[in-house]
Design a protein around this ligand. Structure first.
Ligand SMILES: [Zn+2]
Ligand SMILES: [Zn+2]
Length: 235
């Protein structure tokens, strides 16, 4: 509960007077000083004043302060929170007159509305929630882009492995493969029998079965026994 809410609910002073008090407080901010001439405007009886201000002080809406006032020039001097700290004789810092400070001070009140804090906590939480939400969105985006990067790498690796397996197979099954790799960048071993042409070929030099290759799109035959090579043309 803040000071204004308390004044609306209290039943120590009449409603008219508390409404007037609330109206006056509209001009005040947290930590402002409420001077005795303003309190006088509330027209409180001695009992009402005592009971209300005791209650306000007990609930930490106000704290009493003591302000020195020079009897010669009326200027305000030091402020004290404890009446016992007020010195006995001292000089006015404006007119330099010496006077009894303990007898020349007024009692005022420092105001603590107490509503700023509650609002601040909620504001602070709202800010934290919003900041976390932003970070969550950022992380979600990061996860999404990492997931995409992971899929891309995985796909690339599947291609690498397939190619590697093909190359190993070519290398293991074909004796002429390593020689044919020098003929082109894209060499594929097709076997010793061309399925689609129902064709196999014997080397006319040594009589070995020729191996067939796809070299950059051209079909070539190579003899694993000698250096004999042929380029095939199908029409
Ligand atoms: Zn003075
Ligand atoms: Zn041969």
């Amino acid at each position: 509960m803040n000071l204004i809410e308390f004044l609306k609910r209290q039943n120590i002073i009449p409603e008219k007077k508390s409404e007037k008090f609330i109206k006056i407080l509209e001009q005040y901010s947290e930590n402002d000083v409420l001077y005795p001439d303003v309190v006088k405007e509330l027209d409180l009886t001695v009992t009402e004043h005592e009971r209300l201000f005791n209650e306000l002080e007990k609930r930490d809406y106000i704290s009493a302060i003591y302000i020195i006032q020079c009897p010669y020039c009326n200027e305000l001097g030091n402020t004290y929170v404890d009446e016992n700290d007020i010195p006995f004789m001292d000089h006015c810092r404006f007119c330099e007159a010496e006077f009894n400070h303990q007898e020349n001070h007024m009692q005022a009140y420092r105001l603590y509305f107490n509503y700023d804090e509650e609002v601040d906590v909620i504001e602070e939480l709202n800010d934290k929630i919003a900041a976390n939400q932003d970070r969550i969105m950022e992380i979600t985006d990061e996860i999404r882009s990492l997931e995409n990067a992971r899929k891309t790498l995985q796909l690339e690796n599947i291609n690498f492995i397939t190619t590697k397996n093909e190359l190993i197979k070519n290398k293991n099954e074909s004796k002429a493969y390593s020689k044919m790799v020098a003929r082109g960048s894209n060499v594929k071993f097709l076997g010793k029998y061309l399925d689609n042409k129902k064709l196999n070929l014997k080397c006319f030099r040594c009589g070995d079965d020729m191996e067939f290759f796809d070299v950059n799109g051209k079909i070539m035959g190579a003899c694993p026994g000698c250096d004999n090579e042929v380029e095939m043309e199908f029409h």
